[in-house]
Design a protein around this ligand. Structure first.
Ligand SMILES: C[S@@+](CC[C@H](N)C(=O)[O-])C[C@H]1O[C@@H](n2cnc3c(N)ncnc32)[C@H](O)[C@@H]1O
Length: 303
């Protein structure tokens, strides 16, 4: 989608230290709901399922060579759902025992973050044998070598996931993260639900409206009746969701801007030429809801 405004490194309210933690928790849960909810008739699919399809389509059978590490998992985000949809879509029942023995194992996903949430992640990991997490802090700009080496020793390539996260980084941090990614990994994906187009800004309004409509359902599901107070009596939740959504939109980079950062991250031109950049948008709500994706892979690592 064509950007309406230039990129701006504006602040988000929920990132501020003074912002109450219980409201931040509700907001993170609302973002996860935005990733994973599929409302029949309104949505063709959930955004998380779209990301699973994109990865499966992009990698084909070589997807089994990769481990997917979410470097900014926050409260969990879409990765548990992406794992579930991706492995369900690529698993076919082998017709014989012999074929079952040689069938590739499911694809593994790992949750990490600078500020880890092991309590939340362990609940997600206990629901799937293909999802694990790192309970210590992992900085995407300086990844512990053992995290990468563990995968290499298993014969796996590392693909980094940045779900609703890359727009948070200013240019200096984004360059450091890209350099570390290109030096240690075999690919990365940036998946955003907003951009700087008109539909990107409208999608944030729809998200706030959706939070108001769905609040009773989620308040019941999460056992959090106070979410109703912060939605209807003092509508801080929908207001901050919309405002921070707009701020996120203003910070979201186009694929050209991500390529520029790759080119200026400190690696030589020859190194950058070894990477293939693909991008696109996938609609999940007609007219407003789009997954904006950028998938970057090392050329020689694609079988
Ligand atoms: C908006 S949250 C991500 C939300 C989640 N992926 C989702 O879709 O709901 C951004 C996350 O980036 C993490 N983060 C910020 N700087 C980081 C860094 N240098 N390395 C790893 N994670 C970082 C923050 O701790 C935060 O949890």
């Amino acid at each position: 989608m064509a950007p309406l405004l230039p990129r701006m490194q504006v602040f988000e309210i929920a990132d501020q230290e003074w912002f109450p933690q219980f409201l931040r928790t509700h907001m993170q849960a609302a973002l996860t709901a935005a990733w994973t909810t599929h409302i029949p008739l309104l949505q063709s699919s959930s955004p998380a399922r779209i990301v699973a399809r994109l990865l499966s389509h992009h990698f084909g059978p070589s997807i089994h060579n990769y481990t997917f590490i979410d470097f900014c998992a926050g409260a969990g985000g879409p990765t548990p759902s992406i794992e579930k949809h991706l492995n369900a879509s690529i698993s076919t029942s082998p017709p014989s025992y012999a074929e079952a023995a040689t069938a590739p194992p499911p694809v593994q996903f790992i949750l990490t973050d600078l500020h880890p949430h092991p309590a939340l992640w362990s609940a997600a990991a206990s629901a799937s044998p293909n999802l694990s997490y790192v309970s210590s802090s992992v900085d995407a700009s300086n990844v512990p070598q053992h995290l990468i080496n563990d995968q290499k020793q298993k014969g796996k390539k590392v693909f980094r996931l940045f779900n609703l996260a890359f727009h948070h980084f200013d240019d200096t941090l984004a360059r450091k993260i890209l350099r570390n990614t290109l030096e240690t990994s075999d690919g990365f994906g940036i998946f955003e639900l907003q951009d700087r187009s008109l539909s990107g800004f409208l999608a944030c309004c729809l998200f706030g409206l959706g939070a108001m409509v769905m609040a009773p359902y989620y308040a019941f599901l999460w056992g959090a009746p106070l979410a109703l107070v912060w939605t209807y009596l003092v509508p801080a939740l929908p207001a901050v969701l919309v405002f921070d959504g707009w701020m996120s939109s203003l910070r979201t980079r186009t694929v050209g801007e991500v390529k520029d950062l790759m080119g200026s991250c400190g690696l030589g031109e020859g190194e950058i030429r070894k990477w293939e950049v693909r991008s696109g948008t996938e609609r999940f709500i007609p007219g407003v809801g789009y997954v904006n994706w950028i998938i970057v892979t090392r050329k020689e690592s694609q079988e």
